[in-house]
Each structure stands twice: as C-alpha cells, then as structure tokens.
Design a binder for this molecule. Structure first.
Ligand SMILES: Nc1nc2c(c(=O)[nH]1)N[C@H]1C(S)=C(S)[C@@H](COP(=O)(O)OP(=O)(O)OC[C@H]3O[C@@H](n4cnc5c(=O)[nH]c(N)nc54)[C@H](O)[C@@H]3O)O[C@H]1N2
Ligand SMILES: Nc1nc2c(c(=O)[nH]1)N[C@H]1C(S)=C(S)[C@@H](COP(=O)(O)OP(=O)(O)OC[C@H]3O[C@@H](n4cnc5c(=O)[nH]c(N)nc54)[C@H](O)[C@@H]3O)O[C@H]1N2
Ligand code: SF4
Ligand SMILES: [Mo]
Length: 702
C-alpha cells in the first residue's frame, strides 16, 4: 500500500446518509477511501459509491475554464459540446453574466429571473446563493431538486405536524422494534442506512413491513411484504388505519393529549375496509390487517419512506396517510418511533435549511412574514421582495409563457432530471439567457450561454447536512482543476458585479473570508443553528440541529413534547387513481428510479469507474410480459409514451410486477424522462415519476 501524502476526513458527496470518509491522497490524487470506524453516522461502513465512486473529481472532462457560447444570443439555442464554446477569463464571463442579469432586473424586474441552487453544494454555497437572489436580484424565485423529490412529504408533514425533517436519527435504527419501509429501495439508495435497518432485523429480531410494488433487497428481510399496484398507497394505508380504529388498536391517550381532528378522521375511514383496499391495491385484505396489527401493537414503531410515496400526483395524500398512522398509534416523539422521509442528496436537507426554497429564508422562516423579513432587511441592508417565488416546475412554465427570461442554474441538471424532457428542452431552447455553474458539461450546460466551472466537494471547505439533520464538515483535499472556483466565491463575485451594475450604493455583503464566516452569518440569523460552530463540529464530528445555543447538545430525535404546529392534525383523505393509466395503446405502467451504481442524470457517476460496472440502461420486464411480446433478455426494445420514446435493452426479471416496467433515469443516451409525465401534485407541485403509461416493442436481437 502506498503511503499517503495526506489523509483528510470529509463527507461523502453522494447520498443523504452523509457517511464520514477519509480520503487518502498521493501526488494530488485520491487513491483510496476508507471510513473511520468510530464516527457517526456510518461507523466504518461505506457503500460502493463512497468507497469507489469519488474518482469523478479527477476526470479529464472536469470543467476548468469559464466558457462562453460561440453562437451567443442565437435562438433557438441548440445543445453544443465543448467545441460550441470558447474559453473566457473569469472577468469576462462574470461581467457578461452580470450585464445580462442586471439588464433583466432593470427592464423586467427580478421576478423575470429563475434560479436553481444545489443539493450537491454546501450550506454556505446555498446560503450566499439565496442571499444573492433575494437581496440583489430582488426575487424569491429560488428552488432546487427537493421539489422533484420530497416536496410532497414536506407539504404533508407541514400540514400534519408543522415540520418536515426526519424525526429520528440514524443511530436509533439498529435498535428498532417494528418498522415500515415504503417507496424506498433503501439498499440501493441509502445503502449504509439499509445495513442498520437489516441489522435490526437480523441481529435483534425487529419486524420490518415493506410496502412496495417492486422486489428490492429490503423485501427479502421483511416479515411482511405488501406488494401493491403502483399508485394505490392511499387506499392501502387508509385500510390499515381502518383496522387500527375498528380493532381499537389506537393510542387514545396520545390522541387526546397531542392531536386534533380524530373524530372526523375516524368517521372518514368507515368505508375503507381492507376488502375495499384489496380491490384497488391487489394486496390481500388479510395482509393489510396483519400489517396494521403489527404496526399498531408494537411498543415502538417507525416509518421510513422514499420516492415511491412522494413522486406522485397525489404524493401529499400518500405522505399524509403515513402521518395519520403515526398520530393514531402515538408512534412519534419517542426513540425508535417517528416519521422519516429519507433525504436523497448529500445536502438536500441543508440546501432547504439554508433557504434554497421560494417561500422561506434559512430555517424555514417565511418570506411573507413581515417580522422575519424585517430581520433580514436589517441584516442585509436592503428591502426585500415579500412575494413567495415560483417552484422548479412553475419556473419552467413561467419561462414558457415568457414571464421568466433568464435562468441561473447551479449544480442541477434539469435537462436530465425534469419530467417530459421534450417539453423541457423546448422551453430552454427559447429561453433568452441561461447561466450554468457546474463541474461537468452536463446536458443542461450544453444549452448554456455561459458556463462557470465550480470546485467539487473535494476542492472546497464547508458543511453538508445529512438526512438526520447532522451538520458535518466538507474539507478541501485537492487543488481546484484549472481555474475552477468554489461556488460561494463565484456567487459572491457575481453578486458584487450585479450590485455595481444596478448602481447600488451599498452592498448586501459578499466579502467573506471563507465558508466559516458564511456559516456564522447564517447561524446568527437562524435560531436552530445558533449553537453550531465549525469548532464544535471539529470536536464532535457533527451536530444535529435544532441546536439553539453553544451548550445545547443538539437534537437527535424530534417532537418529544410537542409538534411545531402544536397538536398533530389528522387529515381525512380520499383515494384517487393515478393521472395516466395504461390503456390499449399504452398498456404498461412505467416506473422510474435508481440503481446502486449511478446518480441521477449520471453527471458524476458516468465520469467515475462505477460506469464500468453498470455501463448501460435497461428496461426491467416481467417474464410473463416478455414472453407475450416475444422479448428475450438483452434484446433491444423501443419504449414509447405519449411524450417521447427511447431504445433500451431488456432485462427480463420478476422484480417488477406484471404489467409494470422499470427504467433507471441515469442514462442520457436513453433518458427515462423522455417518457415521463409532467402533471403535478396540486399542493406540492411534484411530478409523477412513478406511474405513466408506455408501450413496448421488440426491435432486434442484441
Ligand atoms: N444509487 C443512488 N442512490 C441515490 C440516488 C441515486 O440517484 N442513485 N439518489 C438519491 C436521491 S436524490 C433520492 S430522492 C433517493 C431516492 O431513494 P428511493 O426513493 O429509494 O429511490 P427510487 O429508485 O426512486 O425508489 C423508490 C421506490 O419506490 C417504489 N415505488 C414505485 N412506485 C411506488 C408506489 O406507487 N408506491 C410505493 N409505496 N412505492 C413505489 C419503487 O419500487 C422503489 O422501490 O435516493 C438517493 N440515493
Ligand atoms: N424519471 C425520474 N426523474 C427524476 C427522479 C426519479 O425518480 N425519476 N428523481 C428526482 C429527484 S428525487 C431528484 S433529487 C432529482 C435530481 O436532479 P438534479 O439535482 O438535477 O440531478 P443531479 O444529477 O444530482 O445534478 C447535480 C449536478 O450538480 C453537479 N455538481 C456536483 N457537485 C457540484 C458542486 O460542488 N458544485 C456545483 N456547482 N455543481 C456540482 C453535477 O455535476 C450535476 O450536474 O431528479 C429527479 N428526477
Ligand atoms: S451510503 Fe450514501 S453517504 Fe454513505 S458511502 Fe454510500 S453514497 Fe456515500
Ligand atoms: Mo431526490
């Protein structure tokens, strides 16, 4: 083994588990990744991405210079490769970008600009990003991929209890008693968490209930696996609630002390019998009863969920159905109980916490609350726009209508991650100005007028906040490639130039010594962070917010005494079918999602060694359906929806149920989002990535 020049402790850049890693560096290359065995949250464990997937930082295609489109200003804009851009100095690129943004602010107002911050970037990057957007551009149009992710969970939990963060810590997982996992392919998407969950089952005899249409590694460890038809969760969970009410398995003391709306809600369940739910979901009524009894009569029971719940046109109702179960049984507010939306990106929790949302400042304080706004106006020395901004998909629709004329996209790849890509592309082709800040030339950057090259996690300092609200450090291990700069530094430079061009006499403040100073400013304005400092993270490895003062220990589990909204609110629900169901022309349900080795649009994993392990997309087809269509394993198949088509090879497997095909959305050459539907959940504005209708046709032999 080579002796390392340096070993630097930092946080894995992939998923929300937030594993602590030691990067071993020799001759300016990371040649080995290990995990400290004595540190939370992973205690020595890593998945394949953390262990072998961080080599993307060394990829020769990393962006190293600011780039300006050669055909600057031509419409419709076409996607171009590197040869469609010319290199520019930072000064030229930022002046040009600032000119365009300032021009829009002057002529149309800041609300004509749409911005996307990044769940891949640090808290500090995102704090200055939203500060720039609100204080300089004068709009609240700032959002990020959380909208395409747990938006429905957030909306539902706000309604039910007033806070959307995961209630429990990762540390509690291996001591669980009974727990329900639904809509989460945990072993591929939160792999280290899945090892703690499985440990609870294997070592401690915990009982896991899995509710998922698709077979995953988790289903192999389940005491009960309820395999519902996609999109039928509300019926199934309402029936579980029906059983709990009718068999009087609910927690009357908890309901009386800590909830409201029980009577009305209980009455609304009258017709939601397990037999009714069986006709809708296909899950045998008896299994629904067993699941209800197991969950309700446990001493402690927790619920974990992912995108199968959230990414639906009735995602808010799905998540409310789960919240109702926890309120009925009082399985919340004690260790080993609770409601846990597993957060996906390394810093999606932190990006939201740091104000990367259209309706709130950092710490979820509303932009339309005059008192809160006054605090920020005083701190930043500017007057602020009181109107909540637009969400991700609303910005796209506003751009289509011509109400938004410029986009600033930092660390997101909407031309891979948004639904119905043909439509999404059409919007971007017409957009007057597109500024992208990324580490690779992504399908989105290919449309940019100007590309700003950013540092990756390995080249900058800062913090990420993982899924259990633990604020952890990101440390610089490498020099930036070429002229790339940390995101926060780029934003500050751009912000000052826009301020100058707008003729502002004083600045909202973009001169920071570094990320620590940014953290201090954010924490001073955000009560739940006030006890968290870099020095403390250094000592403790990480601190769970809320942590309101330096002597506060941090909060690993929430809601011990009360909910942020006071009492927990029961919400009556009605089952509604999915927005697009199979028919004669499009006879299959398409479900999209993830595989272990890849990340979203593939920007980073396809520039890593992981791409050799899983080099191409497949469509999973049930053997019964494959036989009917005469499709053999490995054959090329055309998959069509009302919106587009792609060609992929067939993987014949019973993992997905009959009539349902699954395609991962990581591959630009056959992007699943060419097919998906851009209808939204009316409350949370999240699209349905889990149910749309497609047709399959065999093309040829492999
Ligand atoms: N390897 C890898 N890991 C990742 C990511 C990645 O891209 N790659 N992304 C990260 C991000 S941002 C996120 S949000 C998480 C997502 O993590 P997950 O939510 O675990 O990821 P998905 O693949 O979207 O899987 C969703 C699950 O929902 C199930 N499902 C489908 N339809 C339904 C339904 O109607 N009801 C229910 N109850 N379930 C259904 C699917 O069968 C699948 O098991 O993963 C994070 N981790
Ligand atoms: N069909 C389908 N579509 C989906 C989903 C699905 O299940 N099915 N899931 C949705 C979900 S849950 C999510 S979260 C979204 C994710 O959607 P996106 O957030 O758009 O996807 P990523 O590919 O993670 O984009 C991150 C970008 O940041 C860049 N990057 C990495 N590190 C840095 C950095 O430090 N600085 C900067 N500036 N850039 C950086 C990467 O190169 C990449 O281009 O996709 C959504 N889309
Ligand atoms: S589980 Fe998540 S945080 Fe941990 S190593 Fe894997 S991708 Fe990284
Ligand atoms: Mo996500």
């Amino acid at each position: 083994m080579l002796p390392a020049d340096r070993i630097v402790r930092t946080t894995c850049p992939y998923c929300g588990v937030g594993c602590q890693v030691d990067l071993h560096v020799k001759d300016r290359r990371i040649f080995r990744v290990t995990a400290p065995f004595d540190v939370a949250p992973n205690y020595g464990r890593l998945c394949v991405k953390g262990r072998f997937g961080v080599d993307f930082v060394h990829h020769p295609e990393r962006l190293t210079r600011p780039l300006v489109r050669k055909a600057f200003g031509q419409r419709p804009r076409q996607p171009v490769g590197l040869d469609g851009f010319r290199e520019a100095s930072w000064d030229e690129a930022l002046e040009l970008a600032a000119d365009h943004l300032a021009h829009v602010v002057r002529t149309r107002g800041g609300d004509a600009i749409g911005t996307f911050c990044s769940a891949k970037a640090t808290n500090e990057d995102n704090y200055v990003f939203q500060k720039f957007v609100r204080a300089v551009l004068g709009t609240n149009n700032v959002d990020h991929c959380a909208r395409l992710c747990h938006a429905a969970s957030v909306t539902a939990l706000q309604m039910a209890i007033g806070s959307a963060a995961m209630s429990n810590s990762i540390a509690e997982m291996s001591r669980l008693d009974v727990f329900l996992v639904t809509g989460s392919n945990t072993s591929e998407t939160h792999p280290v968490i899945s090892t703690f969950l499985r440990e609870a089952v294997v070592r401690r005899g915990a009982k896991m209930i899995v509710v998922d249409p698709r077979e995953t590694e988790m289903t192999h460890f389940a005491a009960l696996w309820l395999r519902q038809r996609p999109g039928t969760d509300v019926a199934l969970f309402q029936a579980m609630a029906h059983v709990i009410v009718h068999e009087e398995l609910y927690n009357a003391d908890f309901i009386a002390a800590r909830t409201e709306g029980f009577e009305e809600y209980a009455a609304s369940l009258a017709d939601c019998t397990p037999e009714w739910a069986e006709t809708i979901s296909g899950v045998p009524a008896e299994m629904i009863r067993q699941a209800a009894r197991l969950y309700a009569s446990a001493e402690r029971a927790a619920i974990y969920w992912g995108m199968g719940i959230s990414q639906s046109v009735h995602g808010t109702e799905n998540a409310l159905a789960l919240a109702n179960l926890a309120l009925l049984t009082g399985h919340i507010g004690r260790p080993g109980t609770g409601l846990n939306p597993l957060r996906g990106q390394n810093n999606v929790q932190g990006c939201s916490d740091s104000g990367g949302l259209p309706n709130v400042f950092p710490g979820y304080r509303r932009v339309d609350d005059p008192q809160v706004r006054a605090e920020y106006e005083a701190a930043w020395g500017v007057s602020l726009n009181p109107r909540p901004g637009l969400t991700t998909m609303e910005m796209a629709f506003a751009a289509e209508a011509g109400d938004i004329v410029a986009y600033y996209v930092m660390g997101e790849d909407p031309m891979m991650s948004e639904p119905n890509l043909r439509h999404a592309r059409h919007i971007v082709e017409q957009l007057p100005f597109l500024l992208v800040q990324d580490i690779f030339l992504t399908p989105t950057a290919a449309y940019a007028d100007i590309i700003l090259p950013a540092c990756s996690f390995a080249e900058k300092e800062g913090t990420f906040t993982n899924t259990d609200r633990r604020v952890q450090r990101v440390r610089r291990v490498l020099d930036p490639p070429g002229a790339a700069r940390p995101d926060w530094e780029i934003i500050c430079d751009l912000a000052k130039r826009v301020e100058r061009k707008l003729g502002r006499t004083s600045s909202a403040g973009f001169d920071y010594d570094g990320p620590e100073a940014i953290w201090q400013e954010m924490a001073s304005l955000t009560p739940p962070f006030q006890g968290i400092t870099y020095a403390r993270i250094e000592q403790e490895g990480g601190v769970h917010w809320p942590c309101p003062s330096p002597d506060h220990p941090g909060t690993p589990y929430l809601f011990a005494d009360s909910f942020p909204r006071g009492r927990g609110q029961f919400v009556s629900l009605a089952y509604r079918p999915s927005a697009e169901l199979p028919d004669e022309n499009y006879p299959f349900i398409l479900s999209t999602g993830r595989v272990l080795y890849h990340w979203h649009g593939g920007a980073i994993t396809r520039h890593s060694g992981l791409d050799n392990i899983y080099p191409e997309p497949v469509v999973e087809i049930h053997p019964h359906d494959a036989a009917r269509l005469d499709i053999r394993p490995g054959e090329r198949v055309r998959v069509r929806s009302r919106r587009g088509e792609i060609v992929v090879r067939a993987a014949v497997t019973a993992r997905s149920p009959k009539g349902v095909v699954f395609i991962p959305f990581h591959f630009a050459e056959a992007a699943a989002n060419e097919l998906t539907l851009d209808l939204l959940d009316p409350k949370a504005k999240i699209p349905d990535y889990k149910v749309c209708a497609v047709a399959l046709e065999r093309l040829s032999s492999p």
